[in-house]
Design a protein around this ligand. Sequence first.
Ligand code: ADP
Ligand code: ASP
Ligand code: MG
Length: 439
Amino acid sequence: MKVLKFGGTSVGSAERMQLVSEIITATSEPKVIVLSAVSGTTNKLVAIGDLLLSKKQVEASELIEKLYSEYQIFITKLLSKSKQVESAKKVVENSFVLMRNYLNYPFGRSKNNELVAQGELLSTNLFNLFLEENGIKSKLLLALDFLHLNSKGEPVVKDMAEKLNSRLKENNDHQLFITQGFICLNNEGDIDNLKRGGSDYSASLIGAALKADEIQIWTDIDGMHNNDPRIVETTKAIKHLSFDEAAELAYFGAKILHPATILPAQEAAVPVRLKNTMEPQAEGTLIDKNIEDRSVKAVAVKDGITAIKIKSSRMLLAHGFLLKIFQIFDFYKTPIDLVTTSEIAVSLTIDDTTHLKELVKELEQLGVVEVDGSHSIICLVGNYILKNSEVIKNLFHSLEELPVRMISLGGSKNNISVLVNTEYKLKALQNINQGVFGM
Ligand code: ADP
Ligand code: ASP
Ligand code: MG
């Protein structure tokens, strides 16, 4: 069994859905196909939700009708046989009747999640009809039937395994299963989701639950690149990454993977392969448990970082100071990314500023607090990177003209992170591309 996930651009048009159908039928082994919404749809649904939340019914209605016409056109381009065209019209009608209803009733968080889920429900239903029209046998599975969050808001692979395996058993005359990425049910039984970009995470959870042979993430680029291709001009695809390397890159901003994707696959020891839908013959990136020695692989960048410094002479030769700081962050459920300390000060970074005010107020009991927003973490990743003095020398050389706010080295064997103001991000990435990767 393989799990293949196709992102928004991969299902973004009739031609792209044709490419996807060629990829999934190229070999005969059983597959679960996980689809995102058609590219652009989730953004539009989020925009409609925001308008409804702020009670702007007229504007919301306009966007709903615009999206409705786009799906009418999509159907005519995708399907030609009347049976499937009629079914597709019903699928689209169902979603849009629901959306139009939101205009007339109170609209809150759970309705908003239901609204945003329509993207994946539409793409999977339409793709399934496309396969049917082309005589390809497939079974649509509803992710809401097997992907459930527990009381902590987390999916549980073991529970998924039971539910999914029984679905597959009921349909053991099928080889191809189509399901939605991103969407799930929460502990209250309401529709929820795995956060933006979450279809990658769905695929990894499904692959882990089924102990699949491989999880493939099909997207619009030929694998993980050594640097962010949206920011730096010359980048190249990496052939192989260890799970740890890929997890660090995903967490520290490599958008090709949702930050949580790697862990379920890693725990179940299922390899992950990144592939390009538009260039299926390209090798892509293989992510598995194998570790190569002392190689520098890639740099990623995570924006929207806030640095907090707590300075206190009371810290000198005292114990328990760090504990007090961490307890405050723990109380407000705010994760910390980087930490650096000196004898009289601690600097740390967060990306969730929901409770910033409360955090600062409490930290001020411990010392003088300084807060700097608009920072970016630049994270260089490679196995045993710390043992590679050449890489460290080249990294510092690349950053020598730039004001670096924090450096974190030694926390893990495969990452060095530096914090810079976001205005220096581009220069830092360009310099690292030249100085560390020689590109
Ligand atoms: P999908 O819709 O298929 O999930 P995404 O847009 O979420 O696709 O992810 C693919 C994009 O990730 C690429 O088009 C690329 O611009 C971006 N990206 C950012 N960093 C990297 C990286 N290091 N390697 C490859 N792609 C990256
Ligand atoms: N459609 C969702 C999003 O745009 C999930 C995904 O594409 O992975 O965020
Ligand atoms: Mg994505």
